[in-house]
Design a binder for this molecule. Structure first.
Ligand SMILES: Cc1cc2nc3c(=O)[nH]c(=O)nc-3n(C[C@H](O)[C@H](O)[C@H](O)COP(=O)(O)OP(=O)(O)OC[C@H]3O[C@@H](n4cnc5c(N)ncnc54)[C@H](O)[C@@H]3O)c2cc1C
Length: 399
């Protein structure tokens, strides 16, 4: 019997994993990508340290996907964080567990892994076609724009792994949305996830503090305070501690038009102790000196206090201590979606079967960020892209 012919559109981590899984089942696999080279977002992710997955126990990892775990769970159980590490090591890429349990390749970047992976895919007979943009999909026939003009290809089954709707310049431009919509595939609107927020900083504060990291604080939105750090930008705030709250803050902004991130600038000290430390300062000293000596606040932390509580210098010690331990940063809006690390929204769960096959387009499977799930940073994004890519590739090979 001739091998099944599978077309995969999108050569990010989800599409390449689908290719590996399908080729491993003996299928003839062809992978198309609109960009001149593959895995551009994956390589960009590696610029600041490629966080492949998380080393926490599997049950804890599953919780990071919220309600979507009902539909992601089987794929993640079959290919979890430990399996992902093993897979990377199988490609000759050693990994390590960094602080807070995040897993990185020892080289930190994605290029050695991608190189080894493409070599393996080549050995499996997978053929990759860069500069091939899918412009239409009818049944199992894909129409592609290529450097030599339009090409039409027919496959037994197809996997779409076209990415989300941020960082369009890396390929994930969501231009596929109308292509699927016209076939009756239901889509949830894209929204920024793991995103930055805008704040109405005064020009003086922004000028002085843009780029400054705010370290060793806790931040709270709707749930418990989370320790970590973030960065002040000219427009507002960004960084891991902000991303950790971004889904809750985005939802709040959408629902009420208002949201703020509450900081504790001195999380190691009780309110009473801080108030006493402030009260002990000599009134003759400048406010900046009193804050530095009593609360260890200087630089951007002192700047934040002055910016957000202009009357701080005249407050009684107990009131001032309260402000320092519950300093609200009022947020205007999310930064534009194209800047977000990831997105929520995409192909709705009620449009796909448990095998990630489109109900409206049998024989067409979807994987990765184009599905409607979201997760925080910490390696959870790539983990689910790999897991769904593998599940879709296996299903496409046996369909
Ligand atoms: C700056 C940054 C840092 C990140 N860091 C991390 C991290 O450390 N850890 C982590 O887990 N996640 C991280 N992420 C998120 C992670 O990179 C993405 O979630 C992941 O790449 C999504 O994989 P994907 O395969 O679903 O889609 P993508 O990687 O976006 O790939 C989709 C592919 O589809 C192609 N395509 C789209 N439309 C068409 C079309 N019509 N025809 C043909 N091809 C098409 C695109 O060119 C692209 O190559 C980061 C993201 C960013 C932006």
């Amino acid at each position: 019997m001739a091998a099944r012919r599978i077309g995969i559109v999108g050569a990010g981590p989800a599409g390449l994993m689908a290719a590996e899984a399908a080729a491993g089942q003996g299928a003839e696999v062809h992978v198309f990508d609109a960009m001149p080279s593959v895995g551009r977002k994956f390589l960009m992710a590696g610029k600041s340290g490629l966080n492949l997955t998380h080393a926490e126990p599997h049950e804890a990892l599953r919780k990071r996907y919220g309600a979507s775990i009902d539909r992601l769970g089987a794929a993640l159980d079959a290919f979890d964080g430990a399996a992902l590490r093993q897979w990377a090591e199988g490609l000759g890429v050693e990994t390590f567990v960094g602080s807070s349990g995040r897993v990185f390749p020892k080289a930190m970047k994605g290029s050695p892994l991608l190189r080894a992976w493409l070599k393996r895919l080549g050995e499996l007979g997978v053929v990759i076609y860069p500069r091939h943009r899918m412009v239409a999909l009818d049944g199992h026939t894909v129409r592609l724009e290529t450097p030599v003009g339009p090409v039409t290809e027919h496959f037994d089954t197809i996997v779409l792994a076209l990415g989300g709707a941020s960082w369009a310049r890396l390929g994930s431009d969501a231009a596929w949305v109308p292509l699927l919509h016209q076939h009756g595939v239901k889509l949830a609107p894209f929204r920024p996830a793991n995103c930055a927020f805008e704040v109405a900083w005064s020009p003086v504060f922004a000028e002085r503090n843009a780029g400054a990291p705010v370290k060793a604080v806790t931040a709270q939105s709707t749930g418990e305070p989370i320790p970590g750090e973030f960065v002040v930008t000219r427009f507002g705030i960004e960084g891991s501690l902000v991303y950790a709250h971004s889904a809750a803050l985005r939802d709040q902004l959408e629902a009420t038009g208002k949201a703020s991130l509450r900081l504790d600038l001195v999380p190691g000290r009780s309110l009473e102790r801080l108030a006493a430390d402030i009260a002990r300062q000599k009134p003759k000293e400048s406010f900046a000196n009193r804050m530095r000596k009593a609360a260890g606040l200087d630089g951007v932390k002192f700047g934040l206090l002055r910016e957000l509580v202009p009357e701080a210098a005249s407050l009684a010690p107990e009131v001032l201590a309260e402000k320092i331990k519950a300093l609200d940063i009022p947020l205007l809006r999310t930064r534009p979606m194209d800047e977000a690390i990831s997105v929520a929204g995409g192909v709705r769960w009620d449009s796909v079967t448990d095998d990630y096959e489109l109900k409206a387009m049998p024989g067409v499977f979807v994987a990765g960020e184009m599905l409607d799930w979201e997760a925080p940073t910490g390696g959870y994004l790539l983990t689910a892209c790999y897991a769904t890519g593998r599940a879709a590739g296996l299903a496409a090979a046996r369909a």
